[in-house]
Design a protein around this ligand. Structure first.
Ligand code: ATP
Length: 405
């Protein structure tokens, strides 16, 4: 029998969420490509994160820094020395190295960032000079990171390039415990808001001897993936390690003190988020037709929250060969998609099959235009999770759907 993981991977490929990287050339280990639905979902995840942690706050500054950084950055951060995995008895640095520039004497050794944090630290002074924030404040970004993992595995879980969503929150040393607790709670709220199964989340206090070279305390938020309990997110107290090594400090204009801020760092893998969401949302049941007690059809559906779902609403004409119904359905579709995106139109196959297809990609609502629509301008709206249909007037659709969202 197919395991849950196999079912998720095959659904993800078949329906256009995730494809193996460079597949027509035999694939490249540790790379996966996001298809149209996966790309929508990834975008939704990042947008929700940016809204929650950046633009809805006054104390957070969002940036987008370069992926390539020169060797000096990684010497100062300690990554050149410490960002290693044991490999055949040796230490293997998992950063990707390259050279920038063409002329021999003018090339610079660069590394693709393995984490986002250094982009925030090297811009610490820039942000202060432009915005004069008072401590505590944070610098956030979303972006791609690269790690030459020795053995990439478990689908999106361990790959060689991935998107991170992360911020560095600068505090006074005496306050670090308070903000550590504060961000721990915010991270748990994010997990719930996003629709990750909270029952599968476990906080692990990382033992002292396993802490990263920059951290004095780290909590891993682990998730019960189908292949085991593994790290989903991390929350680290990075002390003043990075700012100190970059020779940066902070001057409080009010109190006239100069000091090196300490850093709390919540970090969220976007790909692991998507994987946890596919796992949390994956459901199978039998939908019993109205008026019957049994004899339902088996189906697979993804219970995404609407703000995460790659398609929010689908519009169907009941029949393909009735021009009046098609015309009306197109009108409804044009109206709906102006306000609720992404929406899709589907007239392919019988209506039951179309519902199943939308269930399988997690579309929360399907609107069907039928003969009654032509009489009284009402449509049915079907709920993905219950399969129940509700009739409503066309003019109320957008308002009512937005209320459900
Ligand atoms: P692990 O122990 O799983 O290798 P890590 O402790 O190295 O992870 P961090 O350095 O804390 O991870 O990375 C921050 C976040 O980046 C992780 O919480 C995870 O969500 C994500 N992440 C790290 N490595 C990978 C990877 N190879 N593929 C996908 N996501 C990753």
């Amino acid at each position: 029998m197919e395991s849950k993981m196999e079912k998720i991977i095959s659904l993800a490929k078949r329906r256009g969420f995730i494809y193996p990287g460079s597949e027509i050339y035999g694939g490249l280990a540790g790379t996966w490509d996001y298809g149209p639905l996966g790309a929508n979902m990834l975008y939704n995840i990042k947008e929700a994160w940016w809204k929650k942690f950046v633009i809805s706050r006054d104390d957070m500054f969002g940036i987008a820094s370069s992926i390539m950084m020169p060797e000096q950055v990684w010497v100062a951060s300690g990554h050149l020395e410490h960002f290693t995995d044991p490999c055949e008895g040796k230490k293997f640095n998992t950063m990707f190295k390259s050279k920038a520039g063409a002329l021999k004497d003018e090339t610079t050794d660069v590394y693709l960032r393995p984490e986002l944090a250094q982009g925030m630290f090297v811009n610490f002074k820039n942000v202060i000079d432009s915005f004069h924030p008072r401590i505590p404040f944070g610098i956030a970004q979303i972006g791609r990171c690269f790690r030459n993992e020795i053995s990439p595995r478990d689908f999106l879980f361990r790959v060689r390039e991935f998107d991170l969503m992360e911020f560095e929150y600068f505090v006074r040393e005496k306050d670090w415990k308070k903000y550590f607790e504060y961000w721990k709670k915010e991270m748990r709220d994010w997990i719930k808001e996003t629709g990750i199964d909270n029952e599968k989340i476990h906080e692990l206090e990382v033992p002292k001897n396993e802490l990263a070279h920059y951290s004095k305390r780290t909590i891993d938020f682990q998730y019960d993936f189908p292949f085991g309990r593994k790290e989903l997110y991390g929350l680290a107290y990075r002390t003043d390690h990075d700012l100190k090594n970059h020779k940066l400090d902070y001057y409080d204009e009010e109190t006239k003190e100069k000091f090196i801020p300490h850093v709390i760092e919540p970090t969220f893998g976007a790909g692991r988020t998507l994987l946890a969401l596919l796992d949390s949302a994956f459901a199978e049941d039998e939908l019993v037709p109205p008026g019957r007690d049994e004899g339902g059809e088996k189906r697979v559906f993804l219970r995404f929250k609407p703000h995460i779902a790659p398609v929010k609403v689908a519009v169907f004409p009941l029949l393909k060969n009735k021009p009046d119904i098609i015309k009306k359905a197109k009108e409804v579709y044009d109206m709906v998609r102006k306000e609720i995106q992404p929406a899709v139109f589907d007239d392919n196959g019988n209506i039951g099959k179309r519902y199943r297809r939308q269930d399988e990609i997690g579309t929360p609502y399907c609107i069907t235009i039928d003969f009654e629509t032509l009489d009284n301008d009402t449509v049915t709206i079907r709920d993905r999770d219950t399969g129940k249909q509700e009739r409503m007037e066309i003019k109320d659709i957008c308002f009512k759907l937005r209320k459900k969202f």
